[in-house]
Design a protein. Structure first.
Length: 200
């Protein structure tokens, strides 16, 4: 398992992924949703305080979902239910994870935020070599981003208590076994302790 060393905020970006109303309310119970969002404000605040780049990632489609192939079972279900349309209430970022003015919002049409977006351009232009990940769901955007970013040689930190999945067993297995092979998997408190001027 990669170790969490001290983080250089100048070369690190926090990706806050898919913390949208529909992903939190239509695929998880109210208790799961509340737990998923509980520590996200502290995580974002710590990153901002350290001067770290904060990037918000959302999934959104045009009306009618023209970006969705019928061969894509996950997004076909969203299309069938009229979900995640750009500008809709369901596609909105949860208020606890809302972007500040000037923070980039990357809009994606696939699970990975690297596919069909300008995310890598943003990261390269800002000299980012380390990614801190928080997202819903662990088996979706978090796993996909770890795999994709790992192949691009980014150093990875996954915030355990700011990731969530409807299946608790899958969530734990991914964080403890699969994702832990490529990323340092830590809590919000441990992450904050690795920032300059903080002690764990």
């Amino acid at each position: 398992m990669p170790e969490l060393l001290h983080i250089d905020p100048r070369h690190t970006a926090l990706l806050v992924m898919d913390y949208q109303v529909d992903t939190l309310t239509r695929f998880m119970t109210a208790a799961q949703s509340a737990d998923a969002i509980a520590r996200v404000p502290d995580l974002i605040a710590a990153a901002r305080h350290a001067g770290m780049m904060v990037i918000h990632v959302v999934v959104a489609f045009r009306p009618g979902h023209p970006e969705v192939s019928p061969r894509n079972p996950i997004f076909s279900a969203l299309r069938a239910n009229g979900m995640m349309v750009a500008g809709s209430d369901g596609a909105a970022i949860h208020p606890a994870a809302a972007a500040r003015e000037g923070e980039p919002i990357v809009v994606k049409h696939r699970i990975s935020p690297f596919v069909g977006t300008d995310l890598e351009t943003l990261l390269r232009a800002n000299g980012i070599d380390t990614l801190v990940l928080a997202g819903v769901h662990t088996s979706g955007v978090v796993l996909s981003t770890v795999r994709h970013a790992g192949d691009l040689d980014y150093r990875l930190v996954v915030i355990r208590d700011c990731c969530a999945d409807p299946d608790a067993e899958v969530h734990a297995m991914l964080l403890d076994i699969v994702i832990a092979k490529q990323a340092a998997v830590v809590t919000t408190v441990e992450f904050a302790g690795a920032l300059p001027g903080r002690s764990s």
